[in-house]
Design a protein around this ligand. Sequence first.
Ligand code: SDX
Length: 394
Amino acid sequence: QTGMFTYDPGFTSTASTQSTITYIDGDAGILRYRGYPIDDVAEGGDFIECCYLLLYGDLPTPAQKEDFKTRVTRHTMVHEQMTRFFTGFRRDAHPMAVMVASVGAMAAFYHDSTDITDPMAREIASIRLIAKVPTLAAMAYKYHIGQPFIYPRNDLDYAANFLQMCFAVPCEDYVVNPVFARALDRIFTLHADHEQNASTSTVRLAGSSGANPFACIAAGVACLWGPAHGGANEAALKMLEEIGDAKRIPEFVNRAKDKNDPFRLMGFGHRVYKNYDPRAKIMQQTSREVLAELGRKDDPLLEVAVELEQVALKDEYFIERKLYPNIDFYSGITLRAMGFPTSMFTVLFSVARTVGWIAQWKEMIEDPEQRIGRPRQLYKGEVERPYIPIDKRG
Ligand code: SDX
């Protein structure tokens, strides 16, 4: 038992972390935040409430929620010097590259909340990350499209504020679409935490050495970017666009089954879920709400996605391997409909997952048994052999 990782020397890949935050039953397709089913948290509350729940372990009272919301809202501006930091990037840089850099750069701007042994510093760093990562994400988007940065507004809720920072322009008033704001708020909640996924494990491992909290979250952003993880939402939408028409679904399903073809159905399969990802159900319903708001109930991309899901779920290959749609399968359709380019999909995932990374980081840091993570290996290299001087080599 090394606090963060327990490992049995007989098993090289079994490393389990103890946590009280998120519970997943992959076979039953169950996900709960602090014991509350994801459907109830996503439908009954909002993302700020979800952040409070993940960070402090229980649903807030109205007064606690209002206080927490105010603390987050009043930290949404970033140090003005950070705007200059952005100007060093190429405009066509992928927004996730900018996110890895700018979240890490918070370690160079916010010195007074990095003493991880001080509970108050940990609290301030947590609030700053939840509050400022959306602002940095919106800045990455604005910089990418060559528009001026838009400041956060304290009169708007979390998701609405993010939408206005992304889509408002100085030349005219911007009115947040309440259906989009509600949908995005729910999407943030669905993506908030997910037990010991690759990026969360990255944050825990980085944090176990006592590293700067902002740098640890930047490490999580870097890991999430991969197409096998958070990058799958971008890849899934591109796949649906490439399929284009339900008539081409068999061609892509056959490619996904062909061992000689590296193509996989993006947004399908999961390391843990061997049943339907409960988040994917809510995501599909959310995509229908947003498309209906746009008068696009029969959106061709959604039709391809629903038909692809039906075909795959009846196919022996997918049934045998228990491959179901995951959260990334429908999220891209929804985000694209709201106006986000595919390059921003994983950025939005990182905005939402920041609270999960922080909650898991705090739990690890505050565990008195916690020690530096040190996964072991099964050595499969050369046995000992004599060194050969270079003049004796062939
Ligand atoms: C996320 O861990 C988390 O919680 C992550 C996440 C979170 O909230 O943090 O849920 C977010 O990352 C969701 C996953 C997004 N990724 C994708 O959608 C990419 C496409 N999916 C695959 O790459 C894959 O399913 C993984 C990476 C998600 C899971 O891989 P596994 O569990 O290791 O599965 P595997 O690679 O061992 O595959 C098992 C079998 C293999 O076939 P066989 O070798 O047994 O014949 O299933 C096949 C795979 O070839 N397979 C697929 C497939 N996924 C697995 N075949 C076709 N299409 C797929 N999508």
